[in-house]
Design a protein around this ligand. Sequence first.
Ligand code: GP9
Ligand code: MN
Length: 683
Amino acid sequence: MFNVSRNNKRLAAPNRTLFGRLFAWSLKWFDRLVAVDFVLFTVAMVWKLYFFSTLLSVQYMDMTRTDKIIETGAVLLLACWTLLLPTRGRLLALIALNLILSFLLYSDVIYYRYFQDLITVPVLLQLGQVESLGGSISSLLSAYDFWLFADMIFILPYAVFVIWKGRKTLREAKSARQLSWVKPLARIGSGLAAFAIGFMLFAVNLNNATDTWAKGLFEKNYWNLTIYNVAGGLGFHGYDIYRYAKVNWFGAETVTAEQKSETEQWIEELGNRRGRLESDPLFGAYAGSNVLMVQVESLQSFMIGASIGGREITPVLNDLIKESAYFDNFYHQTAQGRTSDADFATSCSMQPLKSGSVFIQYASHDFDCLPETLKNNGYSANVFHPYQGGFWNRNVMYGHMDYDQFYSLKHFELDERLGWALGDKSFYRQSMDYIAKRDAGVPFYAFLISLTSHHPYKLPKASQKLDVEELEGTMMGDYLQSVHYADAALGELIARMKADGLWENTIFALYGDHDSSITDWSLYDRFIDDTASPLAQEQTIKKVPFLIHLPDGAYAGSRDTVGGQLDTTPTLLHLLGISSSRSYMLGMPLLTASDDTKRLVVQRDGSWTDGEMHYLPSEDGLPANGRCYKNADGSLLDTASCAAKTAEAELQLMMSDRIVMGDLLPAFKKNGAVEAIQMSGEK
Ligand code: GP9
Ligand code: MN
């Protein structure tokens, strides 16, 4: 019956079935009308991106009309080049793009359900190091998600047809009509048109957003989800690739061999200085104690001891500092990375970046951070913060810092909604419940990061316990209320530690992360004497409380030793008797029996204080225009009096940048190991 040759049989095949005929017919039309398949692809992708947004359903982030326009623009930009290809190549490219995007969005959905974040290039490159999804993967899957792949039922067989029969079908179609010069022109024209339309829809709308409500989005760069909210799914991934390439390929810090060894010598000398302090009787006086450290959101020193409406703002802390070593000359050292900078400066004793956040940009680089050091010395190490784990890239960074577990928002029951998420009182209570379940055989390190006293400090009336007098209705008034609440929550935390029998065997440390961002100086009138003095303003903004309650209550009282967040980890290691002479850190211990350490507290903008002088650089960056103050009376000195230390501060910032951006520690440690082997005579 089928008396045809083998070859003829193959040629006739497309017309044998209904699908075969349909496929061949569609291919001919896709060939004739260049843009039909492209339009279908665009519609399908925009729908998938919309569906993706509903799967994520990030709070307060619903897809608006503008978002759909931005997504359409992004799809056009992503795929416009396919219009330059001949029909078969274009179809295969569009199908491949569809598959890649569908898998990317699907992976994002799964990753989001676990980490409340989107996948980034560093995460993809270091999948093994990120906290694994463990056995929970099945709970993250939903049959509903497969709508992302619904079109594949038609597209995949079609792709097989295009690969297998496409060339011949197109040849037939072409021989049936005249080939002309119109075709290549149509390709170029439609490609350019798609690019132009895509660019307008995407860039113009994105620009509008970043010029208005999303100002500074890409500079601050603090949360992938915010970037997604503005730039869309494709925009976010495009930006992420750009961000990765910029940091790792185009803007990578190149440090010459000479600079490397100069930096190594410089930082090792700091280790030697700490090593020399280790003969101090306080070194190791609290060896084996647990450590519980709290980073309090926006808590500033000018709150300590202050009252309003006849009540103390921080009664708990005021009492606690009487039985703790309290540093009232302590500075936060944060820059654009805000909370993440405070965390990094404190835990890893390195300077933050001039722009951006180490947590986001250099999470994969090696640092000597407190959790890892303590774990190497037999401790457990856990970090607690009741917000989305993707914020400030914490999921990734905390994995690299070697914490056993990061307890983020999803680990807490939202039984006290306050401020951004969970109120401090419930946060501390639930964190202590986790701590109570620890392995009692090893000492613990717990790092708790509070959140309620976060900008804009609005608390419901029922939680406002102070009479803030003339500050009622101002941001300062709200700030005082939220600090008062945070203080009361700390009181409950301390009571709980006592009830759990932890107060006598735990070093309790506490510090404020950064300033309150309140810049209206008239609101500070009742807290500082001279609100117009640049030095008073600087010190008010930069000073945060730091206290250490030792298990036996020793070293209690206020101390005016100047220090900063970079000194926190060296201080704790000193008390625990863990040598930091071979650790790569910039800070010095603050609490030593004989405190004669010369310390320079350097800010990211180049300002510094050594306790006696305070230097503020000028906006134009010229050293001669900087202001050199005498701390004692605020008088201005000749800039030359500050010159040597200004150079020292600049050196510290430069060395820190080389290490942080150039990831120099692995090489230093290797050299150190070689040195140690050589000294012990091994070959
Ligand atoms: C959110 C919190 C706030 O997780 O850490 O960060 P901030 O805005 O203060 O940098
Ligand atoms: Mn903060």
